[in-house]
Design a protein around this ligand. Structure first.
Ligand code: ATP
Ligand code: MG
Length: 422
């Protein structure tokens, strides 16, 4: 295994934190390495997220070695070989070398501890994530050419991608996330293996797919990852209506290309999600099935409703206000952008932007609640407390959307006129 020494100030600082742990492990002949994302990020010179380490020591020995230096210790992952610790205010995860084998019908590995670093690295998802730096000397261990792949920006698996993706199909979703994040091009055999093994995605829990999809949708520029999902057909495994069985159908292909393009053009995860789901009739059912929280579901469905209200036209201040009632002022631009992408004739982007600017210049679209509450209605109009107050408030909210901003006097007059009709 070739080793070169990596130099960087950030690495030196990390090594200083973990060196004492390595020293204690070394007494029993154990090695300690920084591994995975942290090594990749150090080589790229980008901020390190979390610090993972791997060692030949088994969990009880890891605990003994880290305890004297730790201000906190987490042992929930011990069964899987992982001990979490905070050392010098730095959270660490130290995991025994893995040599797991997979049950072919689930992605749950039957955890087996390994005895060498190279086997551990070979089980990792991509070559750029399969490097280690030894503690404390900073030597790089890179048996699968991860550093060269980082330099040429190539996404490759350490071993045969067909085996890797069959073992753990979640890695295909992780690929979609790493491609745009590090501006990678995909080794041809990786693309081919995803095309071949995408059908195995359903053995992965929906929570895990959800998490990877959301991490992709949260990147500043997710386009290349979304294109990968479309090109390989992996998208079809979780967004219906664009299904593989219909792949030769031009209309379906066009839809798939459209939703991916729309999602790439939009800026927020919620709008990107709404774009991907545009042709899914039962969006509520989809969001539930894919484990979205009530808040995320609500936000996604409201954005979609706001788009629908733009499309229903005509484009008037009233349309803008009713969309704002659904998505807030901050969601309007994305809703209008998606509407214009879905149907640029009904909602020309230029006209929509002008309209938004003009309405914003004359009113605060973040302020759609009535300017008077129950108390004022009771005091000024002599209303009795009860359901009538709620109905009057709904009426006023609707009036705010129809007419624009209303003063206290206008609001009281409107309620008075409304009461006369009740
Ligand atoms: P991030 O900066 O987003 O955390 P990361 O590469 O650190 O990126 P993690 O999910 O934190 O990603 O995983 C840490 C490391 O564990 C990875 O770099 C990789 O070596 C390994 N890994 C994680 N998930 C898998 C997987 N499904 N299959 C194989 N190896 C994995
Ligand atoms: Mg990480």
């Amino acid at each position: 295994m070739s080793s070169t020494v990596v130099e960087s100030a950030e690495l030196s600082a990390i090594l200083a934190v973990v060196a004492p742990v390595a020293e204690r492990l070394a007494v029993d002949g154990h090695s300690l390495y920084l591994v995975g994302g942290v090594v990749r990020d150090l080589l790229l010179g980008v901020p390190v997220n979390d610090i993972d380490l791997t060692t030949s020591a088994r969990p009880p020995a890891i605990k003994d070695a880290v305890k004297p230096f730790a201000t906190a210790l987490w042992t929930q992952g011990e069964r899987f070989g992982t001990i979490g610790a905070e050392v010098e205010s730095t959270p660490l995860e130290i995991t025994t070398y893995r040599a797991e084998e997979y049950d072919p019908d689930s992605r749950k590995p039957t955890v087996t501890f390994g005895d060498d670093l190279e086997t551990d690295l070979s089980r990792r998802d991509f070559s750029i994530n399969a490097m280690a730096i030894s503690v404390p000397d900073g030597a790089l261990h890179d048996p699968f050419g991860g550093r060269a792949d980082l330099e040429t920006r190539t996404l490759r698996t350490p071993l045969d991608p067909s085996i890797s993706f069959t073992d753990d199909p979640l890695r295909m979703m992780r690929a979609a996330r790493f491609i745009p994040r590090f501006d990678l091009s995909v080794a041809a055999e990786v693309d081919d293996a995803v095309v071949e093994h995408r059908y195995r995605l359903p053995i992965v829990s929906r929570e895990r797919v959800h998490d990877e999809l959301e991490r992709l949708l949260s990147l500043p520029e997710p386009r290349a990852g979304l294109e990968f999902l479309g090109r390989t057909g992996l998208l079809d495994e979780f967004v219906p209506g664009l299904s593989v069985d219909e792949r030769d159908d031009d209309a379906v292909r066009e839809r798939r290309a459209s939703v991916l393009h729309w999602a790439s053009e939009l800026a927020t995860p919620v709008a990107r999600r709404a774009a991907l789901l545009w042709f899914v009739a039962d969006d509520a059912g989809w969001l539930r099935a894919w484990k979205y929280s009530t808040d995320d579901s609500k936000a996604t469905r409201r954005l979609r409703q706001a788009v629908t209200s733009f499309l229903a036209g005509p484009l008037t201040p009233r349309t803008v206000r009713s969309a704002a009632a659904l998505v807030g002022d901050e969601g309007l631009d994305e809703a209008a952008a998606l509407a214009s992408m879905v149907d640029g004739v009904a909602v020309p982007l230029g006209a929509a932007s002008e309209l938004l600017a003009s309405v914003r210049s004359s009113e605060d679209l973040g302020q759609l609640a009535p300017v008077i509450g129950g108390k004022e209605m009771i005091e000024a109009l002599g209303l009795e407390p009860g359901p009538i107050l709620g109905r009057a408030t709904s009426f006023l909210t609707q009036q705010r959307i129809e007419r624009g901003p209303m003063s206290v006097e206008e609001s009281l007059a409107a309620v008075e006129a409304w009461l006369a009709d009740q």
